[in-house]
Design a protein around this ligand. Structure first.
Ligand SMILES: [Zn+2]
Length: 199
């Protein structure tokens, strides 16, 4: 039985995963990869002065829409970790790292897509740091490749955007069924880590 390559997308908020690599996920799912999505923060609760003031119905609706989006792109599973929205920097980084480590241990992905480290949004930066820590290249590590995606109105809004190296990968995506044009280019990706090992 052939081994199916496993891909995990680790995003901070509902919609980041689609904005960042929705096209790439769709292509990978169609090519037979097992694509799973983990969204660490709950979303929208940062719009309220206190997290507990967030409207539970709105949160429920947001999470239902995230599940619909995951189904649409052919993801095998969506995990909502429901950590505090836009307040990940108030948690010990270790706790976020452990959340990612649990996902890695559970799904054993070979490839992870996550946020660019220089984004303006604080949660995006925390998630990137947690992923790199959780996937450090030690013995037994299953993750071989880590890529960073851009999120419009966050990545390019950061002060250091002008000095950030240009992305290394521009994945091609299949054209829509009704369109005879050649494949178009998907969202840009940065290579964060690539390594090979024999275990
Ligand atoms: Zn976000």
């Amino acid at each position: 039985m052939p081994v199916v390559d496993s891909v995990l997308v680790v995003a901070a908020h509902p919609d980041d995963e689609i904005l960042g690599c929705g096209g790439t996920m769709t292509r990978l799912a169609r090519e037979g990869y097992e694509v799973r999505i983990a969204i660490l923060a709950e979303g929208i609760s940062s719009r309220y002065a206190h997290r507990e003031d967030a409207d539970p119905q709105q949160l429920q609706h947001l999470h239902a829409r995230a599940q619909q989006a995951a189904d649409k792109i052919g993801a095998k599973e969506l995990v909502l970790c429901k950590l505090p929205d836009n307040r990940l920097d108030t948690m010990p980084l270790l706790d976020v790292v452990k959340a990612v480590e649990e996902l890695v241990a559970r799904f054993r992905p070979e490839t992870i897509y996550t946020h660019h480290p220089g984004d303006l949004n604080v949660d995006h930066g925390v998630v990137h740091r947690a992923v790199l820590t959780a996937t450090r290249p030690v013995s037994g590590q299953c993750v071989r490749e880590v890529y960073a995606f851009e999120v419009p109105s966050s990545t390019e809004w950061a002060f250091q955007a002008a000095t950030t190296p240009r992305p290394a990968i521009f994945p091609t995506l299949a054209p829509p069924k009704h369109c005879a044009r050649s494949p178009h280019v998907g969202a840009a990706l940065w290579v964060c880590r690539r390594w090979k090992h024999s275990n």
